[in-house]
Design a protein around this ligand. Sequence first.
Ligand SMILES: Nc1ncnc2c1ncn2[C@@H]1O[C@H](COP(=O)(O)OP(=O)(O)O)[C@@H](O)[C@H]1O
Ligand SMILES: [Mg+2]
Length: 586
Amino acid sequence: MEDSIRILRINGPIIWSYGDTPLKIGEQVFVGNLQLIAEVIGIEADHTIIQVYEDTIELKPGEPVYPTGLPLSIELAPGLISSIFDGIGRPLDYLATKEGDFLKRGTHSEGLDREKKWEFTPSVKKGDLISGGEIIGNVKETSLFNHRILLPPSISGRVVSVREHDEYTIEDEILQIETSKGTESVSMLQKWPVRTSRPFIKRLQNKKMLFTGQRVLDFLFPIPKGGVAAIPGGFGTGKTVTQHQLAKWSDADIIIYVGCGERGNEMTQVLTEFPELVDPVTERPLMERTILIANTSNMPVTARESSIYTGITLAEYFRDQGYDVAVMADSTSRWAEALREISGRLEEMPAEQGYPAYLGSRLAEFYERAGSVLALSHREGSVSIIGAVSPAGSDFSEPVTQNTKRFIGAFWALSKELASARHFPAISWTDSYSEYIENVKPWWDQFGNDKWSSFRNRMMYLLTEDQRLQQIIKIIGADSLPDDQRLILETAKLIKQGFLQQSAINPNDAYSSIEKQMSLAELILYYYDESRELLKKGIPVIRIWALPITTEILRIKDKTPKGEEHFISELKSRINKEFSELKTRY
Ligand SMILES: Nc1ncnc2c1ncn2[C@@H]1O[C@H](COP(=O)(O)OP(=O)(O)O)[C@@H](O)[C@H]1O
Ligand SMILES: [Mg+2]
């Protein structure tokens, strides 16, 4: 029998096909004798353009193309948490156990385990009128996570029957519903096309803080849940370490980590490290709230292109259950390079630096899916996005960084100079910004009205003054500065080394609690204020620096684990003691 669609031409992961069967843009198809997974990306008068998500080696013109009639979709149901997927939502861990470590080409796996039974507790009853996206029951998926089972957004009507509390597979019928089109059977499994955002009732303002446990971020450049941040930085400046820190410590309910085009060993590190980590609040294993999407540099570029949409679709699904989800994408530059490569093979007219003209709109399609919403489930949920950007040579004027800036509210600029001085995290306090200060202020005000904003303003002032004075010193030298300005330099040093620096590998300091952040800031500013009093009495600034307490302030962050923050506040009385001794000597 003649197949009606055939391969005409092949260029890497892009193929041109011809035939009579009409295909749709966005439709998933299977290509060649191996039935490789692919998606229709263009339709022209006499042929169709298809991108293949697997290696096309040995594929030949004339081989068949099989339509599916459905858009490229991922599966949504219990079983997602702690899993590792590739860029098109195929499970890497589950398949690895069945097929060895590597996915065979043309593996049409079902995304999720079909046999596993989940304990389902219904939350609707016969006769209830329910609409798309509402919660119909619960499954305790991990000890940290309650999976709320949602009615697919497109279905609504009256409940005809519900299964009682028991164990079911994701394909078992759990509900029958009378819709305008007749009775439909509903299971826990639904599918969603990755390139389409999931519907919600309305957008909400982002008001909750995304607390990360990283002082420079939380204190100086915070983002709210539902916010969007970029981490631009050249090679080795700390993008991946920062993303890992956020995935480990930020207080989102669900973490979706998209390893996009980076080295495989970094994903391995996530896989080996994360299962050992515990949540600082719940003290449960962090993998119990984490999903990994791995598209490392050795995997096909097309799947890399789709991986961020797979990630954001998963995030929206959990948002719709009423959760706060954080998506980390490392790195969006590698994703943009995939876009560039595909565009080149399509022989499109390149724009700036070879990237396609639609780079900005594609980035928008990703970043605009972040935000806080009132979901169809009538619960509030959010998706935050933190995207790493890797501009070659730390040149922030290149197209990916510049386009990204249009869609983000916080810019965490990594500095080459700080990284080479081993000031980590190397987040520049002069080049970074957050437009979310007003969003998160009410959250910080819980810990003292205006306390955080006044500490933050004072620290930013001292850091800016320090920056200005450093320029002057270059010309006239530090010795010629008056003592009040030299005190600013010294206090800025305390802020930089005793507050902003935070080692990801020091177990006492990798995560910094709210209390620790507040008491460190308060201590340093107290030292500054009390020192100014001493200066007024004519005590030289170098005598103040020489006091043991100055060094102690620099070191206290590394010595103080969670739960022992009171030691930081207690240093105030040591300031009092050493300062009054100094006074009596004058
Ligand atoms: N917060 C941090 N604490 C300690 N070391 C860090 C920190 N951030 C970065 N580093 C150091 O910088 C190195 C490079 O960081 P990495 O995140 O891999 O850079 P990038 O992803 O930008 O290329 C790390 O291996 C580590 O030694
Ligand atoms: Mg990296």
